[in-house]
Design a protein around this ligand. Sequence first.
Ligand code: SF4
Length: 159
Amino acid sequence: MNKILVSACLLGANVRYDGGNHLIDHPILKAWNERGLLVPFCPEVAGGLSTPRPPSEIQNKYPILITTRDGEDLTPEYLSGAEKTVELARREGVVCALMKAKSPSCGNKRIYDGSFTGNLTDGAGVAAAELMRNGIAVFSEKELPELFAFIEDSERISA
Ligand code: SF4
């Protein structure tokens, strides 16, 4: 089976902006992890941001602008993290990614709308968007059945 890139916080790494994680405890993921099939990665840490760090949200897509609540522009760090995510995905030959929903880096379908009020808007985080642009399917932790079905299908194709 091919490898899957996973947001490191979903595997229990304390890399969230507040120093915590979002560990998902699922037997299939656990088994894949034990077989070395999961590639944990945090785009924001890879982009040079520290943990803990102030939360940031995407303010504008074109041109891209990502800032903290105080208006500090962290776009370069976010874009660097996104680039490194794709580089790693290519290097590891991942078949897809499992990434944390709603994050300005990892969210695949919905993200915070830039107002720091908890409101969501359609769109993807910069790392997830970059993966998808490069042909790598991205699932969130809310889409585990879809991820498992995708893996089953890709196994069938490569069999
Ligand atoms: Fe988790 Fe992604 Fe945020 Fe890193 S950037 S803490 S992997 S959601």
